[in-house]
Structures are given as structure tokens and as C-alpha cells.
Design a binder for this molecule. Structure first.
Ligand code: ADP
Ligand code: MG
Length: 701
């Protein structure tokens, strides 16, 4: 931690927490383990909710479900042991009504405090009980007769827990940190002329309001996270992330890449050889890539295209531009299955053009591996297809000009960078093409990928019929046997996907094995195959090949087939325990069918009872095939953190901002970023430093 500067007193924001009274070494360590290192970390640890203890509500006016503070006298106390220890305390007040406080966990001394007649003040959420309203485990305080029981002027913050640290301590430390907030002049980084018109409070005011709202603050807005104080903080955080990505983008633009301006002859030949015509969207995106590659600055382009939209052939054409220029291209896929499929496609498309395609995966070992490495290093291999193995240190390229990463959400940003660095020499880096079938909602793309250009293949090849999706309870599983039998009798093929919540490969593999045996027994006339993650790659590959060749009718599989697998004749998919999968994963899986011209269907089997969330997910799947609609819904249901994850995007976890809630602030953040980069680059630096800090080191580039 760069505390030296702050120790000089320059910026209290970076003051280490050990400087706070009462924070010893052990406490400082505990705090550090929870990400709390400096005063600023505490300033930005915002309340999760608020409790209003600024007024007393008459018991008669209490409403179920609405938290409130009441004050009264103990009227009766009852200790009981029905099924478990229980303590009930009846409290009455001047409104001539009674409220029951109910405790299940209590100590004897605690129970003894509640003497009839004692004055008590308590806070909690009443609900309807057996005898009128009751509050279970309220927070409470017994008042002395002399105690005036002064009410606070501020709402009480309730902070997200810091594991291992008592809530009271967290509150106290944050209070101490807030007392050390410097004045507006020191703290504020947004130039005044930008703040004017935003109609938002200063940073200091925003922090104080968010932590210690006055009693008349808009509690509903605070609870929803939409109070101007919170919006001010979210805006600055979004701005910081956006700036950080933009700066990296600028840095990347300063680097150079091979200009692949001439050529296109090989790509034209591939186009002419294809058994289909490219869609308008494929042509458009290829055109965009081609224009990028013709520039001397490195391309960094994300191609989004729904499952089956035909991204691979576009990638192949891009690779041909590099190859025609005498350089190399690499295509990296997240699973061996997918990489092998790309290999088969690329061989089929490129070898007839005289292009040498190499293959590198974990299972390529010994002499074969050495041979591939040599071919890659000498430039004899013009395009290399593979898995993570491509990124290993000892893989050296002759002249890598284009790095293509498929299904990048499966990779970490670091991995994308590792592949890019393979081609780095001096100031020259390869162009990068990133492909994903996990559509990213527009708002999120803006925040997560401010550093990427985004293209969309937003059209499916003609002749595909949308997949019909039905959602069925697992009890109706027997009916499906008939359905599979019929589909296969018509010469079609089917997938049966086994999933379990347990993500240990072994357990899932076992479930798949059992399902495989059962289905084989119920459908003796069919050729049934099995693939799962625990199989030897060669066996897996052989089974996939047999399925693709039509030598297997029904493929029992785990989610290893989720990504990219392409067997157009498969028209029926059954997904077990579909309620346990996320929307993105379901969409990916379903994308394995509907790739041919036959009408396809997808049966999502669930184990009742369904949670509300699971019901919404399955309903969404039933209603739409549109990946973008599904992604928006996913964002709404899960929030962006899970949708993208820090690791996947280099998008550090936000402390305050919530992309689903604060999406509307993004255009504003972008405008402010433009102004800052143009007029106050220093302020821009400091804003990034404040919010993103060292995390920017490994954000995307
Ligand atoms: P994804 O975008 O999901 O990676 P693929 O690249 O695997 O999609 O393409 C899916 C299937 O569609 C492949 O069999 C591919 O050969 C085929 N395909 C690609 N483009 C077209 C097109 N324009 N017309 C018809 N089929 C196409
Ligand atoms: Mg693909």
C-alpha cells in the first residue's frame, strides 16, 4: 500500500486505519482482510439500510411490516417452553395498545430485566402475531425513570457486515473516519464547472448524507439507493472506472500493430467456397474488422453474436487477412471440445486454400507438441487453434498479428492479455478479436468495455426456425421417452443434458452415467452416447464425432456441451434440473439445437418446488429466444456482478454503483469523462486513483 505519501499528510483518504484510536495491530489486520485499509475504505463502506429512531410511534399506529420505534412499559412477562425456550414481553403505551416482544434466544439475566412497570424503548418490524402485533428479537433499551430518552437527529445506518468484526465496532470506526473527512476543497475532485448543472451535492456532503442522513431525509430514496447523495457517489465511481478504461485504451492506441491493409484475396476465395452466403450482419462485421486491421494501431474488437449467428467464419476470414500478409493468427477457445470443433471447421475451410493450420491443446504432448511448437516458432504454422495451452510461456510465435479469443466470458482478462503478449515485440502488439455469444446489455457493455469496440452479428443465417421451449415438472419425465423416440425415428438427434448443483465433475459424471444407463434401457432401439468432463479427451472426442456423423441418436451429456458445439441435425434437447442453471447458461445450452432447418424444441425439466427467481428464469426462457432480451433479464435478476464477474471483465467490483440501478448515470459519466480528459487530466488521474487505485493494473487492456 502506498501509504508513504499519506503519512506525509497529503491525503487523509489514504491514512491507514491503524491511525484511528482503538485500532491495534490485530484489528488493523482483520480490517485489511476485509478490504478496509484506509480511511477512504471506511468512507466508502456505505450503509446497507437505515433505521429511523428519530421518533416514537404510538403502538396503536404500528403497521405490520413497517419498522418503527416504540416506547412503553412492560405489562407482563411470560417464559415458556413450547417446543423451544421462548420469552414474551407485553409492552403497553399511552395509545392504550399492547405490543408483544418475542425472544427465542435469551439469557436468564436478560429475561430478568423485564420487570412489569419497567420503561422500555425498542425498535423492530412488527408482524401480526397470535394476540395482535409482535416484534421478534427487537433491538431494545431499558430506560431509567430519570432518563429523558432524547431522540437522535439522524437516521441510524446499518452497515454490511464485516466478518469477524462486531457491528458496533464497524459503526464506531466509520464514525471516526467520517470525523476525519477533510473539507470540501481538499476532497472534491470534480471541477466546479462540471458540478454546476448536475444538481448533485459535493462529495463530502454526499458522504455525510449517505452515512448520517438527517431525520427528514427521503428514506424511501435512500433505501432504494437513488438518493442524490448516493447518486453523486455512484456517478463518481462510474466515472472513475470509465476513465480508467479510457486511459488504457489511449495507452493501447499509442502502441503499434501490423497494418494488414492489402489483401482480401484469400478471404474472397473462402467466401466463394462456402456452401452458404454470408449474412448481411456477417459481412458488415467483417468489414469493420477489416477496416480496423488496416490501421497501424492495434484493433481491440468484441464481436457479439447470438449462438449460431456464425461468428467462426467471420473469425476465419479475419485470420486470412493476417495470413495473406505473411503473418500468423491464433484462435483460442475455452474448452477442448470447442477448440477441436474450431479446428475441424478451420481445416475444412482453410486447408483447401493452402493455409497450414496447427493444433495445440493440453493433450498434445511429447514429440507432437515439440513439432507444433517448432512450427509455430518458425512461422510454418500460419494459424494455430487451441485451448489455454496456447498461452503457455514456452509457446513462441514467429509473427503473431491477430489473436482471436472465442467465448471470452469463459476466460479471465489476464488470459486474453497473455495471448496478446505472445505477439508483443518492442512497441508492436497483435490485433485482438474477442468473440462472445453472451450478449452484454448495452449499458453494461459501455461500462465494462469502454476500451473495446463492439460489433454485433445481429442476424441469424436464414432458414433457422426458432426453438420451441417448454417447461415441465420432472414428474413428467416418462413422457419424454416417447418424444425422443419419435424425434429419432424421424432421423433427428437429441441431447439429454444432466446438471447437478454439485459442481464436482465426479458427481455430475456419475449422474450422467446413471441417466445414460436408464435411457439406454428405456430406448433399446436407439444408439445412445455419453460425454462428460471426466472422460478421456480422446473418448469424448470420438463420441462427439460419432454424434456429429449421425452414428449416435441420443447424446447424454453434462454441460461440457454448453459452449459452441454444432450439430445441426440435433433438434431436441432436454435439460434436467433446469431450475439450477442461470439464464446465460440455459441460453447457451439451448443454442445447441435450432441450428438446422428442422423445427427444434427444448424441454426444461425442473424439480418442484420452484423458487420465484427460478420461475422467472424458466418463464423468460419459454418466452424468448433473443439473447439480448435474455441478457437484460439476467442483469435484472442477478445484477451485473454475477453476470460478468470481476475476473471475467477486469471490471472491478463496484463499491457504490449498481449497474442495473444506476445505468442512467453512465451517459453522464461518459460526458464528464470527455470533459475531464480534455480539460483536467490531473483530476481524472486522481479520480481513478481514488476509486480504482491499484486495481487498474490488471483491468482490461
Ligand atoms: P456461433 O456464432 O454460435 O459461434 P458458428 O460459427 O458455430 O456460430 O456457426 C453456426 C453454424 O452456422 C455453423 O454450422 C456454420 O457453418 C453455420 N453458418 C455460419 N454462417 C452461416 C450462414 N451465413 N448461412 C448458413 N449457415 C451459416
Ligand atoms: Mg462459436
Amino acid at each position: 500500500m502506498p501509504v508513504t505519501r499519506s503519512e506525509a499528510g497529503a491525503d487523509p483518504a489514504h491514512l491507514p486505519l491503524s491511525r484511528l484510536p482503538g485500532v491495534g495491530e490485530r484489528m488493523a489486520e482483520k480490517l485489511a482482510a476485509r478490504g478496509m485499509l484506509t480511511l477512504q475504505d471506511l468512507w466508502l463502506h456505505l450503509p446497507r439500510r437505515y433505521e429511523d429512531r428519530t421518533s416514537i410511534v404510538p403502538i396503536r399506529a404500528l403497521q405490520p411490516g413497517l419498522a418503527a420505534q416504540v416506547e412503553g412499559r412492560v405489562e407482563a412477562v411470560e417464559r415458556g417452553f413450547r417446543y423451544r425456550p421462548m420469552l414474551r414481553v407485553a409492552v403497553g403505551d399511552d395509545s392504550q395498545a399492547t405490543l408483544v416482544l418475542r425472544f427465542f434466544h435469551f439469557r436468564a439475566a436478560q429475561a430478568a430485566q423485564f420487570k412489569p412497570g419497567a420503561r422500555i424503548r425498542c425498535y423492530g418490524t412488527p408482524r401480526a402475531g397470535q394476540h395482535g402485533l409482535e416484534i421478534v428479537h427487537p433491538s431494545y433499551r431499558l430506560l431509567d425513570e430519570e432518563d429523558a430518552g432524547q431522540l437522535g437527529e439522524l437516521l441510524d445506518p446499518v452497515y454490511p457486515a464485516l466478518e469477524g468484526i462486531a457491528p458496533g465496532t464497524v459503526r464506531r470506526l466509520i464514525g471516526l473516519a467520517l470525523d476525519r473527512l477533510p473539507d470540501d476543497e481538499t476532497l472534491e475532485l470534480l471541477p466546479l464547472e462540471l458540478r454546476v448543472g448536475l444538481n448533485l451535492p459535493s462529495l463530502k456532503q454526499a458522504l455525510l448524507t449517505a452515512h448520517r442522513p438527517p431525520r427528514d431525509a427521503d428514506l424511501a430514496a435512500l433505501s432504494a439507493g437513488t438518493h442524490p447523495a448516493q447518486r453523486r457517489l455512484a456517478l463518481e465511481e462510474l466515472l472513475a472506472h470509465h476513465l480508467s478504461l479510457r486511459r488504457q485504451r489511449i495507452a493501447l492506441q499509442r502502441q503499434r500493430a501490423a497494418r494488414l491493409a492489402d489483401g482480401g484475396a484469400l478471404a474472397d476465395r473462402l467466401r466463394a467456397n462456402l456452401p452458404f452466403a454470408l449474412t448481411g450482419a456477417q459481412e458488415r462485421v467483417f468489414g469493420q474488422i477489416r477496416a480496423d486491421l488496416a490501421k497501424p494501431a492495434p484493433m481491440l474488437r468484441l464481436v457479439q453474436g447470438d449462438v449460431g449467428s456464425g461468428k467462426t467464419v467471420v473469425a476465419a476470414m479475419a485470420a486470412l487477412l493476417a495470413i495473406e500478409a505473411g503473418k500468423q493468427a491464433a484462435l483460442m477457445a475455452p474448452t477442448e471440445l470447442l477448440a477441436e470443433q474450431h479446428l475441424a471447421n478451420l481445416r475444412g475451410w482453410l486447408e483447401p486454400l493452402g493455409v497450414r493450420v496447427a493444433w495445440l491443446a493440453g493433450k498434445v504432448t511429447g514429440k507432437a507438441r515439440a513439432g507444433v511448437m517448432r512450427a509455430v516458432a518458425s512461422g510454418e504454422a500460419q494459424i494455430v487453434v487451441g485451448t489455454h495451452a496456447l498461452m503457455q510461456e514456452n509457446v513462441v510465435f514467429h509473427d503473431l498479428a491477430l489473436a482471436i479469443v472465442d467465448e471470452q466470458h469463459r476466460f479471465g482478462v489476464h488470459q486474453r492479455l497473455a495471448l496478446r503478449d505472445k505477439g508483443a515485440g518492442g512497441n508492436v502488439v497483435p490485433h485482438q478479436l474477442v468473440m462472445t455469444a453472451t450478449p452484454i446489455p448495452r449499458t453494461l457493455a459501455m461500462a465494462a468495455y469502454a476500451d473495446l469496440d463492439v460489433s454485433a452479428i445481429d442476424e441469424l443465417p436464414p432458414g433457422r426456425t426458432p426453438v420451441q421451449t417448454v417447461v415441465l415438472s420432472a414428474e413428467r419425465r416418462p413422457e419424454l421417452i416417447e418424444r425422443i423416440r419419435n424425434a429419432c425415428a424421424e432421423g433427428r438427434q437429441a441431447y439429454w443434458v444432466c446438471t447437478l448443483i454439485d459442481d464436482s465433475d465426479e458427481v455430475v459424471a456419475q449422474a450422467a452415467q446413471t441417466t445414460y444407463e436408464n435411457l439406454s434401457a428405456s430406448l433399446p432401439e436407439l444408439r445412445v452416447g455419453l460425454v462428460h468432463g471426466r472422460m478421456k479427451p480422446a473418448d469424448k472426442q470420438a463420441t462427439m464425432r460419432a454424434f456429429k456423423d449421425g452414428a449416435i441418436d441420443l447424446l447424454v451429456a453434462t454441460t461440457v456441451i454448453e459452449v459452441g458445439v454444432d450439430v445441426p441435425n440435433a433438434s431436441l434437447m432436454i435439460v434436467e434440473n433446469a431450475e439450477r442453471l442461470g439464464l446465460a447458461q440455459l441460453h447457451q445450452l439451448r443454442g445447441r439445437v435450432g441450428r438446422g432447418s428442422a423445427a427444434s424444441s427444448c424441454v426444461l425439466l425442473y424439480q418442484p418446488p420452484l423458487s420465484a427467481m427460478a420461475r422467472q428464469r424458466l418463464e423468460t426462457m419459454r418466452q424468448t429466444n433473443d439473447g439480448f432480451v435474455i441478457a437484460e433479464k439476467d442483469l435484472e435478476l442477478r445484477g451485473p456482478g454475477e453476470l460478468l464477474g470481476v475476473r471475467q471483465t477486469g471490471l472491478a467490483a463496484f463499491r457504490v454503483a449498481d449497474l442495473a440501478r444506476d445505468a442512467a448515470l453512465l451517459p453522464q459519466a461518459r460526458e464528464i469523462a470527455d470533459a475531464l480528459l480534455a480539460g483536467s487530466p490531473d483530476a481524472a488521474d486522481r479520480i481513478v486513483q481514488r476509486w480504482v487505485g491499484g486495481a487498474a493494473r490488471y483491468a482490461s487492456a
